[in-house]
Design a protein around this ligand. Sequence first.
Ligand code: AMP
Length: 281
Amino acid sequence: MEVFREIQGLRHFLSAYKQQRKSIGFVPTMGALHQGHLELVRKSMSQNDITVCSIFVNPTQFNNPSDLEKYPRDVDADLAKLEKISCGVVFLPDVDEMYDKEIFVNIHFGYLENVMEGKFRPGHFKGVGLIVAKLFNVVLPSRAYFGTKDLQQLAIITQLCRELLFDIEIIPVQTVREPDGLAMSSRNELLSSSERPQATDLYKALLFAREKLIDKESVESVKKNVRDFFESDSAVELEYFEIVNTDDLQNISDIGEAKRVSLCLAGYLGKVRLIDNISLY
Ligand code: AMP
């Protein structure tokens, strides 16, 4: 496994693959790797000649400085996990390698960045868009892999590629879950042992809501039931629960004939912020 900390070395290494028209798969991450991340890497390895996994805790996407500080980091363990599954290349830049002292470029995503996650994490998606665009320009991948766990991020990156004409195929990968249903997340490491079992409430609420919608209960009533559940029966403090069109994230008020519908929520368990979503069908 090749490990690069500098853009120049990585570009030079990948140029040989480009010249031979070999496909490059790319998996951007912020580290503290779990099976969800590794699933993205495996998928990329199965579809490309070489796979690059980046590990970079991107400061510009954290609206809350203490969240950035607390974000779990364990580079040695990450490298061991990637080596074990025979990932080809790891890119491990530091902040100065990725950012100039001053940042002038600011990418807006319109309403896509103002709903759900964007509403509660102002500026988050501008930071995501900027770092992913930079990483795309460094790696120049043929395909890039993103988890559907971060559904809004996937929509933002898809839009970024469309509008900035990146010639990259975006491949969504299904959420990998713990046996009890909790979506794997680097942030799960921050949960205390008493909080950990309570974290399954997010997935349970999503399954409950899906069942009710399939039984033709109205969107309004399902939303109310979910909110009531978190208010009275859960330690999770709900931030939002939305039922949206999967592609453009617009709220859906009546399921009707809609085919691509996602149920999305976020909440705090103690100081840890968790998100999850499932599709209706
Ligand atoms: P992160 O390190 O949290 O920025 O995540 C890096 C990539 O892994 C993103 O595309 C995430 O959507 C994806 N990812 C995170 N958790 C999971 C999971 N449980 N299953 C599948 N993909 C995931």
